[in-house]
Ligand binder design. Structure first.
Ligand SMILES: Nc1nc2c(c(=O)[nH]1)N[C@H]1C(S)=C(S)[C@@H](COP(=O)(O)OP(=O)(O)OC[C@H]3O[C@@H](n4cnc5c(=O)[nH]c(N)nc54)[C@H](O)[C@@H]3O)O[C@H]1N2
Ligand SMILES: Nc1nc2c(c(=O)[nH]1)N[C@H]1C(S)=C(S)[C@@H](COP(=O)(O)OP(=O)(O)OC[C@H]3O[C@@H](n4cnc5c(=O)[nH]c(N)nc54)[C@H](O)[C@@H]3O)O[C@H]1N2
Ligand code: SF4
Ligand SMILES: [Mo]
Length: 726
């Protein structure tokens, strides 16, 4: 007997619905796109199609591992947790604990629901995550402009007439901070309905090839380009904001320093193109500017992210259909009581400011290596592989060996977890429930879907239970973490006017919640209290309703809602936050700087996913290999052939060349997440590649957000024969 089941793909931000066929042993025999999902409508990519193979990867850990010297021993769960407790008991200063949360936490219920309580229980400020190697500039820009780090407007893809996209390649990545299943189809539809797509990228990507226009830009210079556009809007009197804002005059003043002719030199984008893009944006019936990883992981990441929304505001496109809009997720983020701030505390060694309660991953190695009070000696990694993903990861590789104790929650023994004393593996994908708490807040249509676990746990804890148990060990408390969280939320809600449950009895509400697990009951509570919730009188959502609708529910197109989202102290959009105006000085000071001869940038491949899908045979090989894209003119000029040595201030790698005129001269590109030589993952080890983060530099950061700089890294390249010539 086979069975057909449905669930959300947990592998990327597109949240596609999948239809799986399972045999009687619970093995996946086929994966298709779920045609009845109202959002993804049957779309699937090669990664989703390989979910079954990933789920049954023989190299996935099924039992906890404890390391004794160089030897790994499989142990039972109680023994594993006892080992963690013993390690933690030796910690005398809680500040010597660090936590690193990796990207899959944004895709798992466990990460969303148990990460914060675990951090609280550990009582440390040494919190690091992939966010500071990714999108922290967007959080900081949104926090300062709109008052909440999650108030991130997304392009209204399905209705916009004009999309200016910078540093994103959704034809490979399937989109980010813009949840849109079948992003490629949506872009094609935009063009079919007469809309215009302009892509700004140092490479002519597949997305650029699909666009009406592709603009080559020098890596790391998007903030100049965007400022040149803002300058033009003011100079040509094209400012039409739809909202009252604070700081218009300051933005005008700041933009004066960036006339198109000056920024053209720095960006490589001709002045007439910059002016035309600004005019097009202003003239379009509706338009949106959208910028992603290429612009975030850059020297001026926060300024670039800020200017994206400055342009959206100035052209009247913020918060209007077809423009840049705020989604309304079914489990909405809460209100903030205090104005958004960064730098509430600083890192011990480099004095880098906190953002969103985190410190930059670019300084994790400093905190481990530098002696003194608060030196990090105990590390927990959850769903992360910073040895391959963090800037200058090779340094972390060495630093991790100096830790007294390390715990990793991860299904694989890999480049990072090999340093752990204890590895706690989460169960198979199909044994986990799935709800996209984070990603549905960035969806281009309001939408919700819950996927309950498809297979029983067979005695192994869920990832939620693993994290909850770690939190209990760290806090020394006993009892049910979920019950505690639920009561806390209910207490608040029953005391909040307008919550829908004001004045009601906590115990009675608690008893009404449904769900097989604490996580499900918390989801039920968040749904019921959310903006479509049964208890708020604004809708009828509850866990029950989602269970009854396994293909998901469409909650309608995005609607203007700035008044609900805006949490600034002034109650207005802050167009010129002082911290950002201050950082404009740094931008100005480098306007006339000579660019390095060759700079390195990243890229993504459709069948990859950061560092951790390289062990699935159907996904590696062919075009998905670790090569250095380089312009043929540079190949000839540098006398290269076959492979080359790439050197930076931090390291060197030898890598096969992929000459292509799709990349600008003077720019080379390596994908990240490779470098699996000697890996315990058998397939990945055969397709090892090299780690681009052997080259990236942890001392370079985007100042306001502390984000890592992966794009625009100065490198030199030489033929393999002359390695020692320098
Ligand atoms: N040079 C360069 N570096 C980059 C980037 C770049 O563009 N260029 N991109 C950056 C970006 S955007 C990101 S998000 C980071 C990613 O950085 P990380 O999150 O540190 O790295 P990943 O490769 O995503 O590692 C994910 C880990 O989670 C494990 N895992 C997978 N599923 C689960 C699960 O369900 N539960 C648990 N507990 N573990 C799981 C995997 O085995 C793997 O070890 O890399 C960054 N690094
Ligand atoms: N297949 C696949 N999908 C993924 C991932 C993956 O590893 N593989 N990772 C996921 C994660 S964690 C994330 S964060 C998202 C990221 O999603 P995207 O932001 O779409 O990421 P990329 O596909 O790397 O596209 C970034 C583009 O920026 C360009 N670029 C580099 N430097 C610059 C610059 O200075 N300026 C400009 N304008 N462009 C520049 C690069 O050439 C590249 O084409 O993808 C997610 N989806
Ligand atoms: S696009 Fe993303 S969510 Fe959709 S099937 Fe592929 S990996 Fe899964
Ligand atoms: Mo990411």
């Amino acid at each position: 007997m086979t069975s057909t089941v449905h669930r959300t793909c947990p592998l990327c931000e597109a949240v596609c619905g999948l239809t799986l066929t399972l045999d009687e042993g619970g093995h996946v025999t086929s994966v298709r796109g779920d045609k009845d999902d109202p959002f993804s409508k049957g779309f699937i990519c090669p990664k989703g199609a390989s979910l079954g193979r990933l789920d049954e990867d023989p190299d996935r850990l099924r039992k906890p591992l404890v390391r004794e010297g160089d030897l790994w021993r499989e142990v039972g769960w109680d023994e594993a947790f006892a080992a963690v407790k013993a390690g933690l008991d030796r910690v005398t200063d809680r500040q010597s604990i660090a936590v690193y949360l990796g990207n899959p936490n944004a895709h798992s219920m466990a990460g969303a629901l148990y990460g914060a309580p675990l951090i609280k229980a550990l009582g440390t400020r040494n919190v690091f995550s992939a966010s500071t190697a990714d999108q922290m500039p967007k959080h900081v820009a949104s926090g300062l402009m709109f008052g909440h780090p999650l108030a991130i407007p997304v392009p209204d893809l399905d209705r916009t007439d004009y999309l200016l996209m910078l540093g994103a390649n959704p034809l490979e990545s399937n989109g980010s901070l813009c949840t849109a299943p079948d992003f490629p189809g949506r872009l094609k539809a935009l063009r079919r309905r007469g809309g215009r797509l302009v892509v700004v990228d140092p490479r002519r990507t597949r997305t650029a090839a699909l666009a009406d226009e592709h603009v080559f830009v020098r890596p790391g210079t998007d903030a100049y380009l965007l400022f040149g556009m803002v300058h033009t809007l003011f100079a040509e009197d094209l400012i039409t904001p739809a909202q009252e804002v604070n700081g218009l005059a300051e933005v005008r003043e700041a933009a004066k320093h960036f006339p198109p002719e000056s920024v053209a030199r720095r960006t490589g984008v001709p002045a007439d193109v910059i002016v035309r893009l600004a005019r097009e944006l202003a003239a379009a019936r509706t338009a949106a500017v959208y910028a992603r990883i290429g612009t975030c992981t850059a020297e001026f990441g926060t300024l670039a992210q800020w200017l994206v929304d400055v342009l959206n505001v100035l052209t009247g496109n913020l918060d209007r259909p077809g423009g840049a809009m705020f989604p309304k997720p079914a489990t909405e983020f809460g209100a903030r009581r205090r104005p958004y701030q960064v730098g509430r505390w600083r890192s011990r060694v480099r004095g880098l400011p906190e953002a969103n309660g985190e410190l930059p991953v670019a300084t994790l190695a400093d905190e481990i290596e530098t002696p003194g009070e608060g030196q990090v000696t105990f590390l927990i990694t959850i769903a992360g592989n910073p040895v391959l993903s963090a800037p200058h990861g090779d340094r972390l590789d060495a630093a991790f060996q100096r830790l007294d104790f390390m715990v990793s929650v991860d299904p694989y023994l890999n480049e990072t977890t090999k340093h752990a004393n204890v590895i706690l593996p989460p169960p198979r994908v199909l044994q986990s429930g799935h709800y996209d708490f984070a990603l549905l807040g960035f969806a281009v249509r309001n939408y919700t879907r819950y996927s309950p676990p498809l297979l029983p746990l067979d005695g192994q804890p869920s990832e939620a239970q693993i994290l909850a148990r770690l939190a209990m060990i760290a806090s020394g408390l006993e009892g049910d973490l979920d019950a505690f969280v639920i009561d806390e939320m209910l207490r608040k809600a029953t005391q909040t006017p307008g919550s829908g449950v004001e004045g009601r009895d906590v115990a009675e509400l608690r008893d009404a919640l449904e769900g097989e697990t604490g996580g499900e009951r918390r989801l039920d509570l968040m749904l019921r209290l959310g903006p479509y919730g049964e208890w708020t009188g604004k809708g009828d959502l509850s866990l029950r309703k989602l269970l009854d609708n396994p293909h998901g529910l469409d909650l309608g197109p995005l609607e203007p809602r700035l008044d609900e989202v805006l949490k600034t102290a002034s109650g207005l959009i802050e167009l010129a936050p002082p911290q950002l105006i201050e950082d404009v000085e740094r931008l100005r000071s480098k306007l006339d700087e000579e660019p390095p001869e060759i700079v390195l940038i990243g890229r993504r491949h459709l069948r990859s996913n950061n560092s951790w899908l390289h062990n699935v045979g159907t996904l590696v090989g062919g075009s998905n290999t670790c090569t250095l894209q380089i312009n043929p003119a540079d190949v000839a000029r540098l006398g290269l052939d076959g492979e080359a040595v790439v050197r930076s201030a931090k390291g060197q790698v030898t890598v096969p060349l992929e000459p292509t005129d799709t990349i600008m001269p003077g720019v080379v590109s390596l994908p990240h997440g490779w470098g699996h030589a000697g890996s315990a993952q058998s397939v990945a080890a055969e397709h090892a590649g090299v780690s681009v983060n052997a080259l990236t530099d942890e001392s370079a950061i985007d100042v306001p957000s502390g984000n890592a700089v992966f794009n625009g890294v100065p490198v030199s390249i030489s033929p393999t024969g002359v390695i020692n010539a320098h």
